[in-house]
Design a protein around this ligand. Structure first.
Ligand code: ADP
Length: 447
């Protein structure tokens, strides 16, 4: 096992990782920017190192500083969390060159899946169904028009290096296509330094369903079922649940087995998520994330498996200690992403938390790094915590969620808690009848 783990992240996920390390008896090193000196994970870690000023590119993305922090503290493994350097193949390689373990998949797998064009080709070769679209990159306007005619409008232009919904543009008809291409291209170049584009059939009313996988890099892999992340705003997930209200056990094990088999063939190591759009009973691969995801707790709640613990064990050379038959799904779980944002217009709302009271009780989990008196810095994403609720079935889970949202107090900042209070009382949500466009339409109707 590792003698010391450096956590190359901040916020709720840094604390989540720290908790797993403590339960494994592994000493931890927290790193932080000058803006995060008072963060909870810094207070609870065995050691901490300041790695730079607030701007992420000078601190949490600063590879030389992170390496120096490993050297000073003697950390022999790094957990990257999500975001920041978690899907940076070069970072994984540099650590390896310094004999420090990167807790995640191989650099090669990160690189393949990080390029969405290559990811799609790889998925298809591994037997995973994909969205119809361009076979590789779109190189010219003529090329794009020909492909669009073939797959049929509307089409979606996407960035090969895309993430967070950026560099994605819909063309409803031929007249829109050139504008969609040029805006997507400039957005992608600015955001990712890579203007490669590809095209997909635009699906009108799909759900976003993703399969959680776990592999040991030796050809053993299992799937841990799905998460339904269809409630989105601007392609960003807002609420996630497992199991999906739209799948039955047979559909689940069918797609789960396809994905687990692909991961066995790939010899995938660690946790990963294969994301699909699901429409009219068909699954269409969109991308694979080669890291722990924000919404991983809903899977933990219904399987009882600690995904971070598994990541660490496997990174240390351990083999998968479960088979597909060992995995069962108990009850229902829902996660709400609580952001420090205005619940109506979603503008960021940093500031000091003057009063904090999280909910508790049976089946309730709050993953958050905030506390009373904590000052939310304006430099990073607005996620301040996740409320995850488990029930024996979906109805019980929803009732418990409503109760928890009533108890939750985060003053004096604005948060998205009122949005979730509105959602738990909605009939479509109660019925599980929503697709990826439902939330935006709902918000439009209210304004
Ligand atoms: P990113 O990496 O930027 O998040 P994804 O490929 O994961 O991009 O897509 C993010 C979201 O965009 C999806 O959850 C879905 O809401 C929407 N989306 C992506 N591809 C399509 C498509 N072909 N048709 C309709 N919506 C799509």
């Amino acid at each position: 096992m590792f003698s010391k783990i450096l956590i190359a992240n901040r916020g709720e996920i840094a604390l989540r990782i720290l908790r797993a390390c403590k339960e494994l008896g592994i000493p931890t090193v927290a790193v932080h920017s000058t803006a995060d000196a008072d963060a909870m994970h810094v207070r609870l870690a065995d050691e901490s190192v300041c790695i730079g000023p607030p701007a992420a590119r000078e601190s949490y993305l600063n590879i030389p500083q992170l390496l120096a922090a490993c050297e000073i503290t003697g950390a022999d493994a790094v957990h990257p969390g999500y975001g920041f350097l978690s899907e940076n193949a070069r970072f994984a390689e540099i650590l390896e060159a310094h004999n420090i373990e990167f807790i995640g998949p191989t650099a090669e797998h990160i690189r393949i899946m990080g390029d969405k064009i290559q990811a799609k080709q790889t998925a298809r070769d591994l037997g995973i169904p994909v969205v119809p679209g361009s076979d590789g990159a779109v190189t010219s306007s003529d090329d794009a028009h020909a492909i669009a005619r073939e797959i049929g409008y509307p089409v979606l232009v996407k960035a090969a290096s895309g993430g967070g919904g950026r560099g994605m543009k819909v063309a409803k008809s031929e007249a829109d296509l050139d504008t969609a291409l040029s805006t997507a291209r400039s957005e992608a170049a600015a955001a990712f330094g890579d203007d490669a584009l590809y095209m997909e059939k635009y699906l009108g009313k799909p759900r976003h369903i993703e399969i959680q996988v776990l592999g040991d890099g030796k050809g053993n892999a299992v799937h841990l079922g799905e998460r339904d992340c269809s409630l989105q705003r601007r392609h960003q997930k807002v609420l996630e649940e497992a199991p999906s209200p739209s799948l039955n056990a047979e559909q689940r094990s069918q797609i789960g087995e396809i994905v687990a088999n692909a991961m066995r063939k790939l010899k995938y190591r660690g946790v990963g998520t294969v994301e699909f759009l699901y429409e009219n009973g068909e699954f269409y691969f969109i991308e694979m994330n080669t890291r722990l995801q924000v919404e991983h707790p809903v899977t933990e709640m219904i399987t009882g498996i600690d995904l971070v613990n598994e990541q660490i064990r496997i990174a240390a050379g351990g083999s998968l200690d479960m088979t597909q038959e060992d995995i069962s799904f108990e009850g229902h779980a829902i996660e709400c992403r609580i952001n420090a944002e205005d619940p109506v217009n979603f503008t960021p709302s940093p500031g000091t938390i003057t009063y904090y009271h999280p909910p508790g009780g049976l089946g309730v989990r709050v993953d958050s790094g905030v506390y009373q008196g904590y000052k939310i810095p304006p430099y990073y994403d607005s996620l301040i915590g996740k409320l995850i609720v488990h029930g024996r079935n979906r109805v019980e889970c929803m009732m418990r969620l409503r109760r928890c949202l009533d108890e939750f107090v985060v003053d004096e900042i604005k948060s998205t808690i009122p949005l979730f209070r509105d959602l738990v009382d909605n009939q479509d949500i109660a019925n599980g009848q929503y697709d990826i466009h439902w939330l935006e339409k709902h918000l439009e109707n209210k304004s």
